[in-house]
Design a protein around this ligand. Structure first.
Ligand code: AMP
Length: 508
């Protein structure tokens, strides 16, 4: 297997599993194997009782016994403010402590030590880099990393920061569904529109993508960063807890070890039910009665019951599919393929609903677990100097970006699904005599009230010419790059002088 010098690798940094891939010297994509097996690394970080840091398989192996010091699902917390709904509902289901961070973001704790989410991501990136570097026999300096299409600017920035912490240059961030479409479409000379339905461990994304040979144009995208396989597990966990409470009068939700055992078995049962109609669910000695008699969980899960418990989740994904398809302007009859990405799409209910909706069986053209890393590797290769692979990705922003108007309402500067890269200008004037600074609160989201969206930052432009109110002007440029990351700058349109810009994230 020929190796190349200083390759850029592709990384799929997933909620549950992460993997890396690279284009080899022969032009073939190779998923970096873990200990000789083609498999992903669990996105889990832990500290054991001796103070050792464990990452990936080692961390996952011990999580039943050490649930308070084992961090998983952290991708869901990335770029969130501590007071957000996402953080409070995560706090209820995970056993590790989640604390407010310094920037009104969140930090997680293991063995009494606090970690930012960038640090947690950087540990996973470091492990992937190490495995890749051992496999390829050369140091790895650069990577293309994928993120959910529905990630906002702050969440994207956070992935870049994670790379920076370990000296890994994240040369480009691309969207997971777009990466999957690359894995599917490159080299086939296609001219068609496809749907990528990506239901992973923690997030749901859907994109409508038009492929014109080597041009991949995203027409619309949408999703929910709080909808994924974990929610299917949680629906089962709640059912088990409710039944146990009703039958045995014991609430297991406050017992971390019992919870971890139920959680593990729920996921395994869910996966088994994709291939079987019914699966026994038993957890022996899960609790004790007041007179020290052991209590067991003994149930049978049928596929029908699982579908009943999770139908609402699948409905939510289909509502998003309908909206995104409408916004894409592509008629349903012109969709040539429905691609499945993410482990949770193996569930028969998901496939059935998509088959009914689109009138065709979803494509088996991409491997649901590997497509994202493969697409990232292909894109990474196209960015290398010596590459003859030419690709054009035309993506969109998943949610509007704009500012808070004086009445607290959100004024969109870029609408949802605006093509990127993109720049827009806005002319502001001073509102009082001698004003030398102008502050703007910039948000991303689709809610009419600015505060209901995610605050990207408070931008302050200083050095405005002192003049009577309304006479000094500030030309503000909003620039969203190919990665969906916003930068802002301002200048005096009369003198052309650039103003100093500072950013602060403050919102609760
Ligand atoms: P991913 O983030 O793509 O690795 O997806 C992981 C999610 O897919 C987890 O929630 C898994 O429980 C789920 N998953 C994996 N295999 C299956 C399966 N055969 N049936 C249903 N869900 C699955």
């Amino acid at each position: 297997m020929a190796l190349r010098n200083d390759p850029i690798i592709g990384i799929d940094l997933g909620t549950t599993n992460s993997s890396a891939a690279v284009v080899m010297g022969d032009g073939q994509v190779k998923i970096i194997p873990w200990k000789g097996m083609d498999t992903a690394i669990p996105s889990v970080f832990a500290i054991d009782d001796k103070g050792n840091e464990l990452i990936g398989h080692d961390a996952k192996r011990q999580w039943q016994l050490n649930p308070r010091n084992t961090i998983y699902g952290a991708k869901r917390l990335v770029g969130r403010t501590f007071m957000s709904d996402v953080v409070s509902s995560m706090s209820r289901v995970v056993q590790y402590p989640i604390k407010p961070g310094e920037q009104n973001d969140v930090q997680v704790e293991a063995a009494g030590k606090s970690f930012t989410l960038q640090q947690v991501s950087s540990k996973l990136l470091a492990r992937l880099r190490e495995v890749a570097s051992d496999f390829l026999g050369c140091p790895i300096r650069r990577a293309v990393v994928t993120v959910p299409a529905y990630f906002n600017d702050r969440q994207r920035q956070s992935v870049k920061d994670a790379g920076r912490l370990i000296g890994l240059e994240v040369v480009r961030i691309i969207n997971e569904p777009t990466a999957a479409a690359l894995a599917y479409g490159i080299g086939k000379g296609l001219r068609e529109s496809v749907v990528v339905y990506d239901l992973g461990g923690g997030t749901f994304d859907v994109s409508i993508i038009e492929i014109r040979d080597r041009v991949f144009e995203v027409k619309a995208t949408g999703g929910d960063v709080f909808l994924g396989g974990i929610d299917f597990d949680n629906a089962m966990i709640h059912h088990v807890l409710d039944r146990f409470r009703a039958e045995k009068g014991v609430d297991l939700s406050g017992d971390p070890v019992a919870m971890q055992r139920i959680k593990d078995l729920s996921e395994r049962t869910k996966i088994d039910l994709s291939g079987r109609d019914s699966v026994p669910f038993s957890v022996p000695f899960v609790a004790m009665t007041a007179d020290f008699q052991p209590l067991n969980i003994d149930l049978t899960f049928t596929r029908g019951l699982l579908e009943e418990l999770t139908r609402g989740l699948v409905d939510r994904t289909m509502e998003i599919v309908t909206r995104v398809l409408r916004e894409s302007g592509v008629p349903l009859g012109q969709i040539a393929e429905v691609m499945l990405v993410g482990g949770q799409t193996r569930m028969p209910l998901v496939q059935r609903r998509l088959t009914e909706y689109f009138g065709m069986v979803p494509s088996k053209g991409v491997h649901p677990d590997e497509a994202v890393a493969v697409g990232a590797a292909l894109y990474a290769h196209s960015l290398e100097d010596d590459s003859n692979l030419r690709l054009q990705l035309l993506d969109v922003i998943p949610m509007a970006i704009g500012l808070e108007a004086a009445n607290g309402m959100f004024h969109a500067v870029f609408p949802r699904n605006a093509a990127i890269p993109n720049a827009r200008q806005l002319l502001a004037t001073t509102s009082f005599d001698g004003q030398t600074e102008l502050a703007m609160r910039i948000y991303q989201g689709d809610q009419p009230a600015a505060e209901s969206n995610d605050l990207l930052g408070e931008f302050t432009f200083s050095g405005i010419r002192a003049a009577p109110a309304g006479q000094a002007q500030v030309e503000v440029t909003f620039d969203v790059n190919v990665e969906g990351i916003l930068t802002m700058r301002a200048r005096d349109p009369e003198t052309g002088a650039h103003m100093e810009t500072t950013v602060r994230v403050t919102q609760s």
